[in-house]
Ligand binder design. Structure first.
Ligand SMILES: NC(=O)C1=CN([C@@H]2O[C@H](COP(=O)(O)OP(=O)(O)OC[C@H]3O[C@@H](n4cnc5c(N)ncnc54)[C@H](OP(=O)(O)O)[C@@H]3O)[C@@H](O)[C@H]2O)C=CC1
Ligand SMILES: O=C(O)[C@@H]1CCC=N1
Length: 273
């Protein structure tokens, strides 16, 4: 697939993760530009990955064929308004990574420009272990869908959804979920420290168990997750005691409530922004 020039508007945590995965995955850094109002993140991106940087969103937009709108949802509207007032976006593919802004709303923010792809990536993209959900309206050609999918394939796996609203499920299950796993890992590390291990030893135990478990899930696609759990759980043993404690304290209900809260927040943001 022919490479195209990518410009990121906003250079915070998420675009940095994508840029890291792209460059480490072989995307030519000379084809990547990022803009940001302050310079420290731009300097770090230029030093670490050799990409082009600018403090001007307009310059970044003019440099790119594919524009990745990477600002916080709350400033997406004024950022888009500024772009369409000061430069032409005709012929460009506009990609949003923002949570809680529907595709229709992005199109509206861009003055009814409908070459828009809505995506929801996550920060493991920095290690090319990301998960990105994508949605595009009928106005976007298959060639352009394929290109945006190809870009995000550089930083992990991709999943196209049929309806814009399903991006909110991607947020709950993958966009936000690295934070759930970090919280779980932190709670385990804290308890192992309480029980008498050093912080470093507690961390290595937790991180290696988490990594190995994730790898087992990936390498055993035909095994249900419940079966992988059963394989660890000896009758009358320690795992059974721990799992019983989780279930008596409604772990499944807590997870369900947390994912529903993420979706509800995205829906609320969509109505406010
Ligand atoms: N973090 C995550 O895990 C994920 C985030 N997202 C989405 O990614 C987007 C960015 O989030 P994230 O990177 O985490 O946010 P950050 O807070 O890390 O970064 C926001 C960046 O936007 C910059 N900025 C502020 N105003 C402007 C402007 N007018 N023009 C250009 N850049 C500006 C800020 O610059 P400065 O430092 O100078 O203020 C900052 O670098 C959001 O829409 C979020 O919903 C999606 C999936 C996952
Ligand atoms: O918390 C947020 O709103 C963003 C979107 C998904 C992850 N971070």
């Amino acid at each position: 697939m022919q490479a195209r020039k990518l410009s990121f508007i906003g250079a915070g945590n998420m675009p940095r993760s994508i840029i890291s995965g792209l460059v480490n995955g072989g995307y030519d850094p000379k084809l990547i530009t990022a803009s940001n109002p302050s310079t420290p993140k731009l300097e770090a991106l230029a030093n670490d990955f050799g990409i082009n940087t600018t403090q001007s969103n307009i310059e970044a937009c003019e440099a790119g064929d594919v524009i990745i709108l990477s600002v916080k949802p709350q400033i997406m509207a004024p950022t888009c308004a500024d772009l369409i007032q000061k430069t032409s976006i005709d012929g460009k593919i506009m990609v949003s990574i923002a949570a809680g802004i529907t595709t229709d709303r992005i199109i509206e923010m861009l003055g009814n420009y409908n070459q828009v792809v809505r995506t929801m990536p996550n920060t493991p993209s920095s290690l090319s272990k990301g998960m990105t959900g994508l949605y595009a309206p009928d106005s976007v050609t298959q060639v352009d869908r394929d290109f945006v999918g190809h870009v995000m394939d550089h930083v992990g796996k991709t999943l196209w959804v049929e309806k814009d609203s399903q991006i909110n499920i991607v947020i709950a299950a993958a966009g936000s979920s690295p934070a759930y796993f970090f919280l779980f890992a932190q709670a385990m590390q804290d308890e192992a420290i309480q029980m008498g291990l050093s912080s470093d030893d507690a961390r290595v135990l937790v991180q290696q168990a988490m990594l190995g478990s994730a790898e087992m899930i990936c390498h055993n696609p035909d095994l249900e997750l419940s079966e992988l759990r059963t394989q660890v759980t000896s009758k009358g043993g320690t795992t059974h005691a721990a799992i019983t404690a989780f279930q008596e304290n409604n772990l499944e209900a807590i997870v369900s409530k947390a994912m529903q809260a993420a979706v509800a927040r995205a829906v609320k943001m969509s109505s406010d922004l």
